[in-house]
Design a protein around this ligand. Structure first.
Ligand code: ZN
Length: 129
């Protein structure tokens, strides 16, 4: 939790141990932003397409790569790619052959009220990617 000096230090451990998705809002006591730490094996897809009402997201690919689906358009990403996604864009991702490790930052609005919108009715056509 935040100390009296107004900062919080979190530890996510080595990249190689980031299995799955870990959010940091609660552990860092974030008030207006969220950071998730993500590492997925080859071929894994996001469990659902989602959107945001008010929050923009920035994805930073740290290792591996894959594709993002952005309103159905497939965009390749690789280590070093930085992708900003505006509210209203329906998004999902799929890990490529080397898997994918990325950070996702989102900000604006009151995150405690929740902003994500799961869209299970939308299925991405990964076109064999
Ligand atoms: Zn999101």
């Amino acid at each position: 939790m935040e100390n009296a000096k107004g900062y919080t230090l979190g530890e996510m451990g080595p990249l190689a141990k980031w299995d799955g998705k870990k959010f940091s809002r609660e552990s860092l006591a974030l008030a207006s932003a969220e950071i998730s730490f993500n590492r997925f094996p080859a071929g894994q897809t996001a469990p659902f397409v989602h959107d945001h009402k008010r929050h923009e997201e920035v994805y930073v690919v740290l290792a591996g790569g894959g594709h993002f689906s952005l309103d159905g358009e497939l965009l390749p990403v690789k280590e070093g790619s930085v992708l900003r996604v505006a509210p209203g864009v329906k998004r999902a991702w799929k890990a490529g052959g080397e898997g994918i490790t990325f950070l996702c930052f989102q900000a604006e609005g009151d995150l405690s009220k929740g902003d994500g919108i799961r869209l299970p009715e939308i299925q991405v056509d990964w076109q064999g990617k």
